[in-house]
Every structure is written in structure tokens, then in C-alpha cells.
Design a protein around this ligand. Structure first.
Ligand SMILES: Cc1cc2nc3c(=O)[nH]c(=O)nc-3n(C[C@H](O)[C@H](O)[C@H](O)COP(=O)(O)OP(=O)(O)OC[C@H]3O[C@@H](n4cnc5c(N)ncnc54)[C@H](O)[C@@H]3O)c2cc1C
Length: 457
């Protein structure tokens, strides 16, 4: 049996940083990882996908070159092995950076293998028992494969296997019209594949307000992505070299199918019952405001607790745990104002509540929108698709949320994110002097145009 001050299960975006903080304080910690350091973000998520999005953007700009007075003869051709190699390099560089950092920490051990609880203070890995008074679970999530007739009998792709794909599909059928599916859909269309998105709901990116969802669909359709909405998936089957996806609305045939229908936590093979740790019916570990599970001495951080699904929410879980356990702080999950990006091109930057959420939460809402075609910076760059939207409380003047779908939207949203974290009113924001020409310079204009809305979104 090996004794430690703390055990960390999973080398994702929360646990390793807390482990390193503890190790730097001289505590003896062990980090257990069954696959790769860095978890999903580094190896199969944000980093490789955003590297691929950059390749797709370059192909698209080559196609549009003549609009900018640049002559590139003919349709660009893709070297998909070079594309995959570029994404792989981004991953490997980040992974090896983490490995060297952890190597430098004297009281931190890294063990590779599947961890399973043997009790509330004990974990088994490769037949060895590890024990500690504190255990931090950071096991993340994986693609959810729903129970659809025939699906597991066809060679389906997931976001993980897509990253390594070094060929161009003739026709990629993407099941699921949410964030992950949409990024791959546009990217592969720009690489030159025919792409069809099959979405169950009446809108893409169903969590967003309808005007934003419709603008997202418009962006994808202009790229030539075929979008099928309100499709109840019935079956998937092979017919020769075609994969045939059948829904209640008809069928679509492709050469490859990507399943992007949500993610499920990696908690089913952890032996949580032996530690007495409770999950909800989807397998997400139940935590309190300070990320502690129902078992004293066990915390759950990152995607596996179902309270966030992003790298920055996972990292923020580390910050909350570190502040409370190491720095005498009092930080809570509910202090977090959620922001995120959808990295189609142009991207969506989001923060806080949508208009619909604000109304459902009982706010009297003021809304302002502006098409990107009326944003100088976007016009100059020749990127006029999308819109900016700001939502505020009509009674308190507080900013409640924003969606910037357009060129630079993922960066410009920061002005609103910071303002919300500082509790700024629209009156304060209106008097900030923005830099010209930027996308963010339109925030004071959006504030001046705020109007009370009552209709549902
Ligand atoms: C395609 C894609 C694109 C994404 N893009 C973005 C983006 O642009 N921005 C963003 O913020 N987020 C993005 N995400 C989400 C982001 O990657 C995750 O939210 C984030 O990685 C979650 O981190 P985590 O710390 O919770 O767990 P993970 O990073 O998933 O790490 C968990 C680790 O635990 C290990 N593990 C699991 N079970 C065990 C066990 N029993 N024993 C030992 N080890 C175990 C796993 O191997 C893994 O390494 C994307 C995700 C995907 C799939």
C-alpha cells in the first residue's frame, strides 16, 4: 500500500493544477491517469479542434482570395495528413510541456493506469493500493453513443476519432447540431467534403436564442453545409460503402458518420459505490457549492460533476478548491458567471444568460441587437455574417448576458464578461471609451439601443 497526502484521479484541466500546487507546498501527491496527460482539452478537444478550425479557415480564405485582390488559381487542395499532423503537433507539444512540468515537482508522482475506488480513502491502480485522506476525482467525460438501431454496427466516428482522421470523407453526416458537431461540420465542408447535419430540435445550437441559432444556420448554409432540423433519428445502417441514416423525415446517405450527441461522464468504471460517492441518473457526481461530494474527503472537479462542460469551468473548479482548501478562501460554484465560445467561423462568444433564460428567470428584459454588416471592423475584414446581442435587466440596468456571433466575437465578448464580473451597470459600460476600429467598440452603441422586449425567444 502507498500512502499520500492526496490522490488525484484523471489528468484533466483541474486536478493536475491542484496537485502541482500541493506538491509545491511539499505535500506528497499522486496523479493517476489512464491515458494522456492533459485530458480531453489537450488530446481530443479544444486544442486539436481549434488547430483544425485554423486549417479550415485558411482553405476558405484561399477560396475567397480574389475578394481581397489576391490571385490564387483554382480550388485549394487539402493534404489531410498534413492537416492531422498539424493538430497532432499542437497536442503533443502541450502534452510534453505538462510532462516536464510534473517531472520537476519532487513530491508529485504520476502513475499511468485505470483508477478504481476500493473504499473512501483507497484507490487501486494496476493492482497496487493507494491511500490518502483527500481524493480528487477529475475523470472528465466521453462521447455519448445513444441507443439508436444499427448505430454500433457501423464504423461511426466520434469527436475523438475525428481528430486523427487523415482522409477527406466524400460525404460526412453529422448526427447532432450542437457545439462539437457544428465545428466539425463547417471544418470538413471547408476541407472539401459534402456535409449534412442531422439535428433533432427545430434549431441548431438549441441552447441559444432563436435569432442566434438561425444566424448560425445561415453561416453554415452559406458554406454549403446541408442542415436537416426536427429529425427523429430512427436507424443507421451500411448499404455497400454508404452509411444510411434514417429519420422520421426520410434518409440521408454519406460515406462517414460522426456521432456528436452529447457527452457522458467517465464515472461508470470508477467503483464509486465502494467509496459511497453519489451520482445523478446520468452518472454525474453530485457536489456541493465547494465541489465536495457526499463523502467527506472526496471532491469531484471538472466535467464529471456536471456543473460545467468546458476547460475554463474545469480550471475554475481547481481555483475554487485551491482557494478554499489551501488559501483560506470562501469561493463557491455559484459565483461563476458562465461564458463560452462556439468555434465555427465566424465564432460565437457567449456570456451569462440568453434572452430566453433571462425571461424564464423572471427578469424584465431589455435587448439590443446589431448585425455584423453594421460593424465597421467586420466590413473592413469582409466578414459581415452574424450579429451582436446584449441582454440587460430593465429594472436594475445590470447586464445579464451577451452573444457576439461574428468575426472576433470570441475575444470581443470579454468586455462584457469582465463588466458582468465587476457587476457593472449598462450606464457604466456606456461611458467606457472603446478602441476604434474593433468589434467591441459597438458595446456602448448596443447599450444605447436597448429596448424592452416581451415576446418569447
Ligand atoms: C471536440 C471537443 C472540442 C472542445 N472544445 C472546447 C473549447 O473550445 N473550449 C472549451 O472550453 N472546452 C472545449 N471542450 C470541452 C473540454 O475539452 C472539456 O470540458 C475539458 O477537457 C474537461 O476537463 P476535465 O478536467 O473535466 O476532464 P478531461 O480533460 O476529460 O480529463 C479527464 C481525464 O481523466 C482520465 N480518466 C478518466 N477515468 C479515469 C480513471 N478511472 N482512472 C484514471 N484516469 C481516468 C481521462 O483519461 C482524462 O485524461 C471540447 C471538447 C471536445 C470533445
Amino acid at each position: 500500500m502507498r500512502e499520500y497526502d492526496a490522490i488525484f484521479i484523471g489528468a484533466g484541466q483541474a486536478g493536475p493544477f491542484l496537485a502541482a500546487r500541493m506538491a509545491a507546498m511539499g505535500r506528497k501527491v499522486v496523479l493517476i491517469e489512464r491515458k494522456y496527460l492533459g485530458g480531453t482539452c489537450v488530446n481530443a478537444g479544444c486544442m486539436p479542434t481549434k488547430a483544425l478550425v485554423a486549417c479550415a479557415k485558411t482553405a476558405q480564405m484561399a477560396r475567397r482570395a480574389s475578394e481581397f485582390g489576391v490571385t490564387i488559381p483554382g480550388e485549394p487542395t487539402m493534404d489531410m495528413s498534413a492537416v492531422a499532423a498539424r493538430a497532432r503537433k499542437v497536442t503533443l507539444d502541450a502534452r510534453s510541456g505538462l510532462a516536464s512540468w510534473f517531472d520537476s515537482l519532487e513530491t508529485m508522482d504520476v502513475v499511468y493506469g485505470q483508477a478504481q475506488f476500493a473504499g473512501a480513502k483507497d484507490v487501486y491502480v494496476n493492482g497496487t493500493r493507494y491511500t490518502a485522506p483527500q481524493i480528487f476525482i477529475n475523470v472528465g467525460a466521453r462521447p455519448h453513443i445513444p441507443d439508436v438501431q444499427g448505430l454500433t454496427d457501423v464504423p461511426y466516428l466520434t469527436s475523438t476519432s475525428m481528430i486523427e482522421l487523415a482522409e477527406l470523407p466524400r460525404h460526412l453526416v453529422v448526427l447532432g447540431g450542437s457545439y462539437i458537431g457544428l465545428e466539425f461540420a463547417q471544418m470538413y465542408r471547408r476541407f472539401g467534403a459534402a456535409v449534412t447535419v442531422v439535428e433533432r430540435g427545430p434549431h441548431l445550437a438549441p441552447r441559444e436564442d432563436r435569432d442566434i441559432s438561425e444566424a448560425i444556420a445561415d453561416i453554415l448554409k452559406r458554406d454549403g453545409v446541408n442542415v436537416l432540423l426536427s429529425q427523429k433519428l430512427l436507424s443507421v445502417a451500411m448499404d455497400g460503402s454508404d452509411v444510411v441514416v434514417r429519420s422520421d423525415q426520410g434518409e440521408v446517405r454519406g460515406s462517414h458518420v460522426l456521432v456528436a450527441l452529447g457527452r457522458q461522464p467517465n464515472t461508470d468504471d470508477l467503483g464509486l459505490d465502494l467509496a459511497g460517492v453519489e451520482t445523478d441518473r446520468h452518472g454525474f457526481i453530485q457536489v456541493d457549492e465547494r465541489l465536495q461530494t457526499n463523502v467527506e474527503g472526496i471532491w469531484a472537479l471538472g466535467d464529471c460533476n456536471g456543473r460545467g462542460a468546458f476547460t475554463h469551468t474545469s480550471y475554475n473548479d481547481f481555483e475554487i478548491a485551491a482557494a478554499n482548501l489551501l488559501d483560506g478562501g470562501d469561493r463557491k460554484l455559484s459565483d461563476r458567471i458562465l461564458g463560452y465560445g462556439l468555434y465555427i467561423d465566424p465564432p460565437l462568444g457567449r456570456v451569462g444568460m440568453t434572452e430566453r433564460q433571462a425571461k424564464e428567470a423572471g427578469h424584465r428584459v431589455k435587448v439590443s441587437t446589431r448585425p455584423m454588416s453594421r460593424v465597421g471592423r467586420a466590413v473592413e475584414k469582409g466578414e459581415i455574417l452574424g450579429l451582436m446581442k446584449l441582454v440587460a435587466d430593465a429594472d436594475t440596468d445590470r447586464v445579464l448576458g451577451a452573444a457576439f456571433l461574428g468575426v472576433g466575437g470570441d475575444e470581443a465578448i470579454y468586455g462584457v464578461l469582465e463588466a458582468m464580473n465587476l457587476g457593472a451597470t449598462t450606464e457604466k459600460l456606456r461611458w467606457a471609451v472603446p478602441i476604434h476600429p474593433t468589434v467591441g467598440e459597438l458595446v456602448p452603441t448596443l447599450i444605447n439601443d436597448l429596448k424592452v422586449t416581451i415576446s418569447a425567444m
